[in-house]
Ligand binder design. Sequence first.
Ligand SMILES: Nc1ncnc2c1ncn2[C@@H]1O[C@H](COP(=O)(O)OP(=O)(O)O)[C@@H](O)[C@H]1O
Ligand SMILES: [Mg+2]
Length: 199
Amino acid sequence: MESRNYIPFDEGKVGKRLSISGEHSVYKYGENQVIKFPVGPIYYADPEEAYQKVSNEARLAESYLRDFIVPFEVLTYIKKGKKKYCIIQKYIEGRPLTIKDMRDPNLRAELKRLTDANNIMYNSSGFTVEFFGIKRLVWHAFSPKMENVLLMPNGKLKIIDFGMISDTMMVSSSQSVRFVIQWAVKRQRKLLNLYLSKG
Ligand SMILES: Nc1ncnc2c1ncn2[C@@H]1O[C@H](COP(=O)(O)OP(=O)(O)O)[C@@H](O)[C@H]1O
Ligand SMILES: [Mg+2]
């Protein structure tokens, strides 16, 4: 990774904030893109490691989930002596997929296509897409939708957050982190089955 001593994006193009709830602050970037800055615990993550993580996930997504990913690039830079990274991605006109959408057989079929592709990726790599985001996994009953899967007006699904998790790979040395991930993968599987069984 090459870290440059200047801001590699146009600060003038950073527009309206779209989200700050999760691991990134997301802003509109120019007309057709978004820009994501890490916040919370991953803000402190080593950008080199974060870059490696994002690159690995991107490689998996490109191999297995080609139809569902959104073009993006990861930029690394140095600001006030600190290493940083941000992600620039195409803006997706869409809204989170909800359980009510599953009444539409076309959308159920589209989600099945995505989960089938994800299962193939999981079986061969151990990694799965995070469909819901951790908060939504816990609070799904109050807000039954997928934070990381957007439904576009043309009925296609896009994964806007390619952060992946694994309950089989040694992704963290912390036992409690691994426990939460194992719970999350199980809970996600249950909810996906619920979505696919609607109709
Ligand atoms: N490419 C995009 N197009 C439109 N909205 C987006 C895009 N990427 C993110 N968002 C909005 O920002 C929110 C958080 O983005 P995400 O990449 O999931 O960040 P986090 O790491 O915080 O979960 C999404 O739920 C969505 O509302
Ligand atoms: Mg997310």
